[in-house]
Design a protein around this ligand. Sequence first.
Ligand SMILES: *Cc1c(COP(=O)(O)O)cnc(C)c1O
Length: 358
Amino acid sequence: MGAVREVAERGAFTLGEPVAEFEREFAAYCETEFAVGVSSGTEALALALRALEIGPGDEVIVPSNSFIATAEAVSAVGATPRLVDVDPESHVITAEIVAEQLGPRVRCVIPVHLYGATVDLEELLALTREAGVHVIEDACQAHGAQCRGRRVGSAGVFGCFSFYPTKNLGAWGDGGAVVTSVAELAERVRLLRAHGEQPRYHHRMIGTTARLDALQAAVLRLKLARLEDWNSERRRLGATLRERLASECADAGDALELPSAPFAQADHVYHLFVVRSAQRDALREHLAERGVASAVHYPTPIHLTDAYASLGLERGSLPVSERLAGVICSLPLFPGMSDADLDRVVEGVGSFVQARAS
Ligand SMILES: *Cc1c(COP(=O)(O)O)cnc(C)c1O
């Protein structure tokens, strides 16, 4: 591949021209002034928090129904995640939920645009502005999704992205980016990701090693050019799957509940197509027997993981997240999925629901 050969011939394997070019293109795509390439989505979140000088003694509101990385980034900077529950239909946080959780130590909220759907930030931003609390968007599952006419990641002070290979925009390894339109904050993340160094051997602040590789940037530039097409395909597949399952599984009751449609002026780029079923494990077994792979994102809400037992949030404390963990099921959905693949998913889920109904 030409882009890989070029990096090899230049011999500059971290940062460099490919990263700078990707950063310009990704910022333009996200409709922000700046993008800073980093080594992962988790580092993107942690460096955004550090750039805002959030640390020991501070609390950051994080939904318990997310990938654990959202909370880990908070812990990594020495702050404490304040894990909160989510809306039972959309599976994400709302302004109402956050309003109840704001307290004197809360300095930041991290809404997670989960499964490729978007958190409605309008009310939330009004609330946090008034309270003097920052918003960092975790857009690791929603590259390119739009909400009220703007891209995710562009409404908060920072937007954070992962380029883990399975994400909507994936590298050939780990990678991530922070986007922002505040020049000073972009500069801080730029310094933090590479030992606070500017210029060479002049260390302005205590940073770390969290750079984006030139090879990954070269791959990401090529893939970014196709992201709009891939997302369109995901939207089309998601809408088709929703329609076909709705007609196939009418009256399914709690044997099958479809993902809620995006609210008006919102988008869904279907990183994942997540249904709910009261008989989730039986559904997954039925699908596996028909060669349909499924998964659970995620089987344990963050507050019930061993890692976060020290927060002391017991079973029953965040009931919606806990209930969801027992009923959610991610069905196959990916660009390039054939009509036959789609038929197999609809048939598999349909036959399960009909067997339960009869
Ligand atoms: C993938 C993901 C992350 C972390 O990204 P990495 O690149 O794996 O570090 C953070 N938050 C969410 C919601 C994710 O899905």
